[in-house]
Write a protein that binds this ligand. Sequence first.
Ligand code: PMP
Length: 283
Amino acid sequence: ELTYFNGEFVEPGAKVISIDDRGYLFGDSVYEVVRVVKGRCFALSYHQDRLYRSMREMDIPVKMTPDDLTELHEILIEQSEIKEGYIYLQISRGVAPRHHAYDRSKLEPQMLMSIRNLDMDAVNKLGEGVKAIALPDERWDHVDVKTTNLIPNILAQTKAEKKFAYTAMLFRDGVCTEGATSNVFAVKDGILYTHPADNHILKGITRQMILTRVAPSLGITLIEKEFDRAFVDDADELFFTDTIGGVIPITKLDRNPVSGGKPGAITLRLREALEKLMEEGLP
Ligand code: PMP
């Protein structure tokens, strides 16, 4: 584990965040999580595009060039010698006495980055499939922005884990949006379906990889459209996607077995093809 804060490396657990940091007080910050595969960041440019968009949307000034950010990621990997892990990056709006409104001209964004090892046995085990529970999506209308304002996700994830589920599948007005920490896909009659990338889901990088590279490479058609619980219950296969777990087969939803209680064949082909792409690498 190695942590970098505002221009320097700090000891694990170091007390460097001000109690007046707006990230701490209000969750007024944006973040990214990038996978490190074989000592290289996977799809870093995609994560950076999303980070810069989050900052634009939240009106947080950008003080770093993509090249500077890329170099910092590389330094963290080099110094930690981590081969299989992930880098967490968080930029808060800045430090000021607690007041909801902010004055952009008086705030200096604060950047935290840390690299950690991944338990690859746990990641590989996800390929055997997970149980999920359905819960209402109680988040705001801009979840396409990756902010640290995650209380609804935290509550949903905790409810799921209390029921011994891996995570929750969220439904907004009857429509399946995404997971508490992932995107959702369904397979029906050989065709892949996922929620359109609008303001009601996070446009996951893994989702984008499936959409633009993995599914096309396998000749699998993918349709972005809204679907409801009845469609989910009727699906041949279901899976989550995220940066850490890749393609995560769902084998049980609430009390119902999915694809006969084992990972679906198309899901597993996608998981394998994504793993291959990650090993080949992508800037
Ligand atoms: N949706 C939510 C709510 C998430 O927290 C995540 C994980 N960051 C995702 C989707 C998946 O995004 P990605 O593939 O970029 O990790």
